[in-house]
Design a protein around this ligand. Structure first.
Ligand SMILES: [Cu+2]
Length: 203
């Protein structure tokens, strides 16, 4: 039987690990009064194509890197298409939809698939936990359009063919590396001699 004392000790240890000491307060590190997290860019409702530059704003608190528990500071997290509400003192998940800027970044370049996306910022404490109360920005909605040069973008715009014709018309003629010999020029032996002299540079 494995139901021994050591098993019970192990269980007790597991239970105590689950009850890891709470952060500064029962619900997490206290957020500074009047602290505010917000997007400098993009703005709500904006349509972008290609990579998106997000700029993170923070008022009445400071930005530092994770692991630095200087009072009144934290680091940014970008939530992409996240619906759940952040809870005080709870860890901020770490996955594709919860991006940590643990080096104290205040700007990020992100690439999202075409379509509508929600973005929200969350400031986390030194241990990636939510502050108490959670410091979240307004949730904004952006639309990522298809890049201008892509075939899909042309097709969806319905002007693909016209655009191609215009591109062809404005494209420079390919460079002629060999002189063109017209039928007239090859009529007489003299003229073809002349052409070959020109081509070879002989007199
Ligand atoms: Cu974090």
């Amino acid at each position: 039987m494995l139901r021994t004392n050591s098993g019970r000790v192990g269980l007790a240890l597991l239970m105590s690990l689950a009850l890891v000491p709470p952060p500064a307060s029962a619900k997490g590190t206290k957020a500074a009064k009047d602290a505010r997290v917000y997007f400098i860019s993009p703005s709500d409702g904006e349509t972008v194509t290609g990579p998106l530059i997000c700029r993170f704003g923070l008022r009445n608190m400071g930005v530092t890197h994770a692991g630095d528990d200087f009072a009144g500071s934290g680091h940014h997290h970008l939530l992409v298409d996240v619906d759940e509400t952040m809870q005080a003192g709870e860890p901020i998940p770490r996955d594709k939809k919860h991006i940590h800027y643990a080096a104290g970044e205040t700007e990020a370049r992100i690439e999202l698939p075409p379509g509508k996306h929600t973005l929200q910022l969350v400031l986390g404490d030194t241990r990636h936990l939510n502050f108490d109360p959670p410091l979240v920005s307004e949730k904004i909605m952006i639309t990522v359009g298809k890049p201008n040069g892509s075939e899909e973008a042309r097709a969806t715009r319905g002007t693909g063919e016209r655009r191609k014709v215009l591109e062809r018309a404005s494209a420079p003629e390919p460079l002629q590396l060999q002189p063109t010999v017209t039928p007239e020029m090859t009529k007489s032996p003299e003229s073809s001699d002349f052409i070959s002299r020109v081509l070879t540079g002989s007199k």
